[in-house]
Design a protein around this ligand. Structure first.
Ligand code: SIN
Ligand code: FE2
Length: 205
């Protein structure tokens, strides 16, 4: 279903990118599925451990979800505001994981990020997972993001992530610092109400 990575756009071995992995039809279906899930697990605005609200709104699918609050960063089985378990990870995303990353176990956490207006994400490492060797798979939907990723020498490169693009942090890139400088508002009409949705699949435990 998914071809080998289309490009290695940065000097970051282990960073893999599949441009246009999801057709426009698959993107629309995925957005519908995600919106249905979000009815059950509404987006909310997390705060950093220091108490600052993130500009991104978040929710999760799967047995575990990534949360941030005054107590720190962690994975937990329930939505912090509703107290309910997160909805299941959509089957199509589990298929995508199998078709792309080379890992024996399925993801057990899917972070949903919604970027609207000036939302962005500072450079960070994904390091709250039990096994930091398990890959991270990321799906972009909606408006184009200016994504930034650092190589082992600390130098960063920027690339655009467009709707339907899929990328992965694997092997030596698993701990690469990465973030979203900004989102090009209005570059897509896919998301109801506008903006960008990023789905991040991980092995939390
Ligand atoms: C993240 O690192 O959690 C999100 C990256 C993205 O939105 O592309
Ligand atoms: Fe991340």
């Amino acid at each position: 279903m998914t071809p080998p990575p289309t490009e290695t756009p940065t000097a970051v071995p282990g960073f893999r990118l599949w441009r246009g992995a999801l057709s426009p039809h698959m993107q629309a279906e995925m957005v519908e599925t995600v919106m249905r899930g979000l009815e059950d697990a509404p987006l909310y605005r997390p705060v950093t451990p220091g108490g600052r609200p993130l500009s991104v709104r978040m929710s999760n699918f799967g047995p575990l979800g990534w949360v941030s609050d005054r107590a720190g960063y962690r994975y937990q089985p329930t939505h912090p505001e509703t107290g309910r378990p997160w909805p299941p990870i959509p089957t199509r995303l589990l298929d995508l994981w199998r078709a792309t990353v080379d890992w024996p176990d399925p993801p057990d956490a899917c972070l949903v990020n919604l970027y609207r207006d000036a939302a962005k994400m500072g450079l960070h490492q994904d390091r709250d997972e039990a096994d930091l060797k398990a890959p991270v798979l990321s799906v972009s939907l909606g408006d184009t993001a200016m994504f930034r990723i650092a190589g082992a020498d600390g130098r960063t490169s920027a690339l655009k992530l467009e709707s339907g693009d899929v990328c992965a942090l694997t092997g030596p890139a698993r701990m690469a610092r990465h973030g979203v400088d900004r989102v090009l508002a209005g570059s897509s009409r896919l998301i109801p109400g506008g903006g960008r949705i990023n789905l991040t699949l991980r092995r939390a435990r």
